[in-house]
Design a protein around this ligand. Structure first.
Ligand code: SF4
Ligand code: SF4
Length: 126
């Protein structure tokens, strides 16, 4: 699977225009995403590069790189708030304003997409 194919599996959230309330530190394990994100200092957590800013430098009345935003930005808000297992980490992926896609992901599906994402990063490292 390519990164573009993975992105295509993530449904769009009906966001509040200009909102960046969920924007912050995100993982950037793939070169392509780091290039799109811009030249920012990175921190490292368990071998995974993360943007080092609590306030994302691309957040400015919305996302300045919306079409090229990284995987985790796309995934946030897509997990169903109504799913019986939308707890723990999955609940942390729900929009604080109650927004979600018309067809939200189950926590299990979001986890699967995340596994595929980190597999892509692993392939890139080898
Ligand atoms: S998911 Fe929610 S918090 Fe994040 S940008 Fe959209 S409306 Fe704002
Ligand atoms: S890249 Fe865009 S969507 Fe992702 S955290 Fe930054 S401003 Fe938000």
């Amino acid at each position: 699977m390519t990164l573009a194919e993975l992105y295509a599996l993530i449904p769009a959230v009906d966001c509040i225009p200009g909102c960046t309330d969920c924007c912050g530190v995100i993982p950037l394990p793939l070169r392509e995403e780091r290039a799109a994100f811009g030249n920012v200092p990175l921190s490292n957590f368990n071998g995974t590069p993360f943007s080092a800013y609590q306030h994302c430098p691309n957040a400015d009345e919305g996302c300045k790189i919306h079409d090229k935003r990284p995987f985790m930005c796309r995934l946030f808000g897509t997990v169903s708030r109504d799913h019986p297992r939308a707890v723990g980490q999955a609940a942390g992926m729900c929009c604080p304003h109650g927004r979600q896609p018309k067809k939200p992901l189950s926590p299990e599906r979001a986890k699967q997409l995340t596994i595929w994402y980190f597999e892509l990063a692993k392939k890139e490292r080898h």
